[in-house]
Design a protein around this ligand. Structure first.
Ligand SMILES: [Mg+2]
Length: 108
């Protein structure tokens, strides 16, 4: 077995963390169009919060109210919320497509 193919503790931890993240998202995954639109609104708000705090306190700032293990830099927070927003956008676009939107316009 090559060194690259050998499992490492760090790799195993990363895979476990990714599996936990997928399981968490699956548990709360929006299923209906209404739920998906709600998720989109929620993520838009979270992006606004992260950008607003970053403008006030800087990209390198962080929320001092969070415990040490949960702190993240505001710039990282924006990146995380943008990834969430992209996922929400994708879900809503797909759901709208399934429902026939954008609707075909009748030709004059
Ligand atoms: Mg979010």
């Amino acid at each position: 077995m090559s060194d690259e193919a050998k499992p490492t503790v760090a790799k195993a931890r990363l895979e476990l963390e990714e599996a936990r993240e997928r399981a968490k998202f699956e548990k709360y995954r929006p299923r209906t169009l209404e739920q998906k639109l709600g998720y989109l609104i929620e993520e838009c708000g979270e992006v606004l919060a992260a950008v607003g705090k970053s403008l006030r306190w800087g990209l390198g700032g962080f929320n001092p109210e969070l415990p040490y293990g949960q702190r993240e830099l505001n710039g990282d927070w924006i990146q995380r919320e943008l990834a969430d927003l992209e996922r929400a956008l994708s879900l809503v676009k797909d759901a709208l497509n399934v429902q026939g939107y954008p609707a075909r316009k009748a030709k004059p």
